[in-house]
Design a protein around this ligand. Sequence first.
Ligand code: ATP
Ligand code: PLP
Ligand code: MG
Ligand code: NA
Ligand code: MG
Length: 315
Amino acid sequence: MSVLSIQSHVVHGYVGNKAATFPLQLLGFDVDPLNTVQFSNHTGYPVFRGERLEGTQFQTLVEGLRLNGLLGAYSHVLTGYVGRPSSLEAICDLVEQLKQARPSTTIFVDPVMGDEGKLYVPSELLPIYRDKLLRLSHIVTPNSFEAELLTGAPVRTAERACEALRQIHALGPRVVIITSAELEGDPGRLHLFASISEGGSADGPPAPSVRGITISFAKRTGWFTGTGDLFAALMLAHLGSIGDLTFEGLAAGCEKAVWTMQQVLAKTAEAAAEEAASAERVGDGAAVARARELRIVQSRDLIMAPQRVASRALA
Ligand code: ATP
Ligand code: PLP
Ligand code: MG
Ligand code: NA
Ligand code: MG
């Protein structure tokens, strides 16, 4: 299995391809990282420096791969943070070509646009995701804000989340995972909603039968970055190829990914606590951000062998 992973790169820290590559490798995948940006660090630090890839530069890299016959081998394409409309358009063209050359390629799209009511990409990306890339995708992992952007209505109740899943299936993908939503009347908890439309062909119109699951867990206080990117990588590995995926496989994959996430976050919070507290006291924002970087390397054992988290621990 080999993944073309189109995401950001940071020199220091763990977001984008830095959060996805090592876990995917641990789980047995060859990974070809194509970096959409190269930044010094993630954008939650007081400053960051670096560059974004233009659509033409993306096409140049793809051309090199094509001329060497390297494009035919991917079992999966994974997309994450893309900062430029021209790059996202170029990704759509590439995905179309890869699907033609190898129809079994699984297309996994994390439609990274924002979080907690704030967009962190140009607004021109929304229609490209909604009307183009999702149509070409098999598996998508919006957070609740991204699900709201894609469907045009808030996702703050379980009923509304289920409706959003159906609306997003109608945009193309067979599997939709709303990675976390905080619901009205249930503060302090997060809910994952996932569904698979069964019975249709991988690329046909959405099948009428949609089966879903929900997993809930305690919301950790304080912010983490790279969680969505790590989560997408874990999901990709645990779901495998779209052609073989069943409802039972979806449910088991979501559980494993959530268990691993909760354990990585526990390890991160514990390791960060002391460091971050003293940095906060002196108001050193960079040291706080650094202290809160995901402990991905330190979590390698539990990434490789996900361990059940007692539902008490998730509750
Ligand atoms: P995207 O990258 O598409 O913007 P995201 O980063 O907003 O997505 P989240 O839904 O926030 O993705 O996080 C993905 C997973 O990480 C969740 O399903 C959950 O398991 C875990 N997670 C993230 N934040 C928290 C938190 N505060 N408490 C507990 N778990 C969390
Ligand atoms: N890529 C870059 C460059 C970022 O700065 C960030 C967040 O700051 C991310 C990706 C995504 O982080 P998350 O997975 O938490 O949405
Ligand atoms: Mg989030
Ligand atoms: Na997400
Ligand atoms: Mg994210």
